[in-house]
Write a protein that binds this ligand. Structure first.
Ligand code: ATP
Length: 504
């Protein structure tokens, strides 16, 4: 018998589907590619990631705030933003079976070259010169045509109002800019964040959970004076910090101090400060290993015409075969506010320190779902007797599980009481069925940080066993101290070994 080994992606997908992280939306009918439901565990991971993102980036400046907006927007918005004309992906179709492919992706996969950003003609030439055929039926492919990725809606009873689902959350802060600028007493820089849904009619929503048609973005749009792009109040905080830069003309990761990047690479301080904060978010808060992280510079051909500086944040994900984009840091110039000023015929320029100008935009743009997948990839581990997610506590779905050793005497009653107390402050889980070893494994498999077991001794000494997921070490702690101990462990203020009497 031939053993077919599962790939890492398949393994993650299996746990994700069966344990309630995420699964195809509407799957009891006919699931459509690119649409996913977050289950009870995935929702927790997503919310925790979003909260950490909020805390991290909205605390960088007193004038960085969050807003919330509609996802359906008028056509004029996208005429002005350029999406109607330019938000296209290159499409090629099989002449026989009519399967459709994103031409640049097909070429990159077949020829192992970079093809993103190439014109229709250049992509067609690559397909023809290299005789690329349909991967499904080996028939010829059509010439490459551009395909607009926005979802068009007909709104109202007559259906005559054409509107679109927003393809990026970024448009919301641009549309709200004028009002918020006035409400926030005309301060610059001013940041407006949105965590919300975006919709793209992707040609090939493959790679499982990574390329979706409906997804969540966490984006911060920072409006600022272009003359001050090389100024940064908190420069001292980051000037000696080493960025992991992958420059487009160098093709390897270099450690570059912010000061050096400013002087030698001519990257502006305001940009570098936010790049450093993004890197710290990944390495320090999410505990992504350094070697899996890079800030990849996009060349002029690769980046959108309005982006003056563009680095993608990429993580090396084994399940997806290498470094993949999870976020971007884009200096977009005056494209957005300038475009909407022209389109809406409203004055969006500002008067600041006796100067009139159109604010420029620095965009921090993160795909939440891609980040959730990345966490599942990076923290997935296989050991001799178990598989587990070694999530850091700030993103793990369940903080603590409470178990009675057996369903006898007072043990379930004590355990349930403790569970109820803990569940108010932490996300706790109660489980009394099966052997204790199996119950530990089930919690390890979903990344629960700690386990607490109530046993017969608890009735005499009021102590329970606290177990650490990663080391599987156990310590004895007093029931009344559980809450404080968990709080300190989760905050990282207490080492597990010091949490109680060691049980080895
Ligand atoms: P890609 O090149 O992978 O299509 P992009 O460069 O078009 O992505 P942006 O428009 O910069 O992406 O969007 C910002 C972020 O939103 C991306 O870094 C990514 O994390 C996320 N994102 C974009 N498209 C998708 C998608 N189809 N599914 C899930 N996340 C997405």
């Amino acid at each position: 018998m031939i053993m077919v080994l599962e790939t890492k992606s398949e393994k993650i997908m299996k746990v994700a589907n069966s344990r309630g992280f995420f699964y195809p939306s509407a799957e009891i009918y006919c699931a459509k590619a690119g649409f996913w439901t977050y289950g009870h565990l995935g929702t927790r991971v997503k919310q925790k990631w979003e909260n950490l993102w909020r805390k991290t980036f909205l605390s960088l400046n007193p004038y960085y705030f969050e807003i919330d907006d509609c996802v359906i927007m008028p056509e004029d918005v996208f005429k002005a933003s350029g999406h109607l004309e330019h938000f296209n992906d290159p499409l090629t179709e099989c002449k026989k079976c009519h399967s459709r492919y994103r031409a640049d992706e097909l070429i990159e996969k077949s020829l192992k070259i970079e093809a993103q950003g190439l014109s229709e003609d250049a992509l067609t030439k690559l397909i023809q010169d290299n005789k690329l055929l349909c991967p499904k039926c080996s028939a010829e492919l059509t010439e490459v045509k551009m395909f607009n990725m926005m979802f068009k809606l007909k709104v109202g009873a007559t259906g005559q109002d054409v509107m679109y689902l927003r393809p990026e959350s970024a448009q919301s802060p641009y549309l709200a800019f004028k009002r918020e600028h006035e409400a926030l007493r005309r301060k610059m820089p001013m940041g407006l964040a949105v965590i919300g849904k975006a919709f793209r009619n992707e040609i090939s929503p493959r790679q499982g959970f990574f390329r979706l048609r409906e997804f969540t973005q966490a984006e911060l749009q920072i409006f600022f004076d272009p003359d001050k792009i090389d100024e940064c109040d908190n420069w001292d905080e980051v000037k000696d910090y080493e960025l992991l830069l992958y420059l487009h003309n160098d093709k390897k990761i270099n450690k570059v101090k912010c000061e050096e990047a400013n002087k030698e690479l001519k990257l502006p301080r305001f940009y570098l400060y936010h790049a450093a904060k993004i890197q710290q978010f990944y390495l320090d808060k999410l505990r992504i290993p350094k070697e899996l992280f890079r800030l990849r510079e996009l060349s002029e051909e690769e980046r959108a015409f309005y982006n003056k500086i563009h680095f993608d944040i990429e993580l090396n994900l084994e399940s997806l075969g290498g470094f993949k984009e999870v976020a971007g840091l884009h200096y977009r110039g005056d494209h957005d506010i300038g475009g909407h000023q022209k389109g809406s015929k409203q004055k969006l320029e500002v008067v600041d320190e006796n100067k009139r100008y159109i604010p420029h935009v620095l965009e921090l743009s993160f795909g939440v779902d891609r980040n959730v997948w990345a966490l599942m990839d990076v923290f997935y581990a296989e050991e001799k007797e178990r598989t587990l997610f070694k999530f850091p506590p700030n993103v793990s779905p369940i903080d603590v599980a409470v178990f009675p050793l057996v369903k006898k005497e007072e043990l379930p009653t004590i355990a349930k009481k403790l569970f109820t107390e803990l569940n108010y402050e932490f996300k706790a889980f109660y489980d009394e069925s099966g052997s204790i070893g199996r119950r530990y494994r089930r919690q390890d498999e979903i990344g629960t940080n700690y386990g607490i077991t109530v046993d017969f001794d608890t009735m005499d000494n009021n102590k329970v066993t606290l177990r650490d997921r990663d080391s599987m070490k156990q310590v004895l702690v007093e029931v009344d101290k559980c809450k404080n101990i968990l709080r300190e462990l989760i905050k990282g203020n207490l080492k597990f070994e010091d949490a109680g009497e060691s049980l080895k």
